[in-house]
Write a protein that binds this ligand. Structure first.
Ligand code: C2E
Ligand code: CA
Ligand code: CA
Ligand code: CA
Length: 280
């Protein structure tokens, strides 16, 4: 949609014009964000509730825009998805995360821990994902079984047969598959039964008010029980307090991720955190 200055003043309320301008800035900025070195990965530790040890980390994208400052991924990822630029950016994220993990492994800083990478729906359906992962692994020396991909329910609902096919191929390689933000979409646990999955990630919106919020408690209890019945490992995100940790441990969540243990950290701080031997 392109309008002249005059048309704009006629059809747009000033506030709408501002939102439109910002949108355009984000779209334009994303085109050059990679080459201008404005994107960075942070890593948020994931910790086992049975051992208290770090068992993985989620890679989370950060964008420092020259004019707008830090832009939240909740704002720019949807824009990147809409323009299609998420494909090269997503490739970059996967490569960076695996490269970093390969280095940590080589240096003996991590052993068996996994790195979890978020995949956008477009990336997931992009033919060549499996080959790209093969290529990345061969270059970075990162073992397949230390890579986990986080996908959301909407990925699965789009094209069932094609999704299952890609997922099976990834699993055959040894890559683990986690369903992210579980409970926020429309799928039920019985739908999940048909998919080759390893892990279920309970969305942080359900953790709010636990313990105490009876409806959230009941929901999380039900999700955990059924996920276990489907042989899925459970990680709960957005865990911020000690009482939440205790409640989740008691109710069978295998792992947690959240501010209580650590915020997402830039590489050097993440390495320092691991080297200090932090445990829950
Ligand atoms: P997500 O995948 O659900 O990631 C978890 C979000 O919760 C992260 O927000 C993380 O910083 C935040 N978080 C973690 N622990 C806590 C906690 O204890 N309390 C609270 N209040 N928040 C917590 P972030 O980093 O802003 O990312 C937002 C979303 O952007 C992600 O949600 C994910 O959907 C998307 N995203 C981030 N990086 C990537 C990426 O590389 N690729 C794709 N496709 N999406 C990404
Ligand atoms: Ca995620
Ligand atoms: Ca999530
Ligand atoms: Ca989320």
């Amino acid at each position: 949609l392109r309008l002249s200055q005059d048309q704009k003043t006629i059809f747009y309320h000033p506030a709408m014009g501002e939102a439109y301008e910002r949108q355009r800035m984000l779209e334009k900025g994303l085109e050059t964000a990679l080459e201008r070195d404005e994107l960075h990965l942070y890593f948020q530790p994931q910790v086992s509730l049975s051992t208290g040890l770090i068992v993985g980390a989620e890679a989370l994208l950060r964008w420092q825009h020259p004019g707008l400052g830090n832009v939240s991924p909740d704002e720019f990822i949807p824009v990147a998805e809409a323009t299609g630029i998420i494909i090269p950016i997503g490739d970059w994220v996967l490569r960076q995360a695996c490269e970093f993990w390969g280095e940590l492994k080589q240096q003996g800083i991590i052993d068996q821990a996994v790195v979890a990478v978020n995949l956008s729906a477009g990336q997931f359906r992009h033919t060549g994902l499996v080959n790209m992962i093969r290529d990345i692994v061969s270059v970075t020396g990162m073992p397949y079984d230390q890579l986990e991909l986080e996908i959301t329910e909407s990925h699965l609902m789009h094209d069932l047969d094609a999704s299952v096919e890609i997922m099976k191929r990834l699993q055959q390689l040894g890559v683990a598959l986690a369903i992210d933000d579980f409970g926020t979409g429309y799928s039920s646990l019985s739908t999940l039964n048909g998919f080759p999955l390893d892990k279920l990630k309970i969305d942080r919106s359900f953790v709010v008010g636990i313990p105490g919020n009876r409806s959230n408690e009941t929901l999380v209890e039900a999700i955990i029980q059924m996920a276990h019945a489907l042989n899925l490992k459970i990680i709960t995100e957005g865990v911020e307090t000690k009482v939440q940790v205790e409640w989740l441990k008691k109710h069978g969540s295998n792992e947690i991720q959240g501010y209580y243990f650590s915020k997402p950290l830039p590489r050097d701080e993440f390495v320092a955190f691991i080297q200090q031997g932090q445990t829950l």
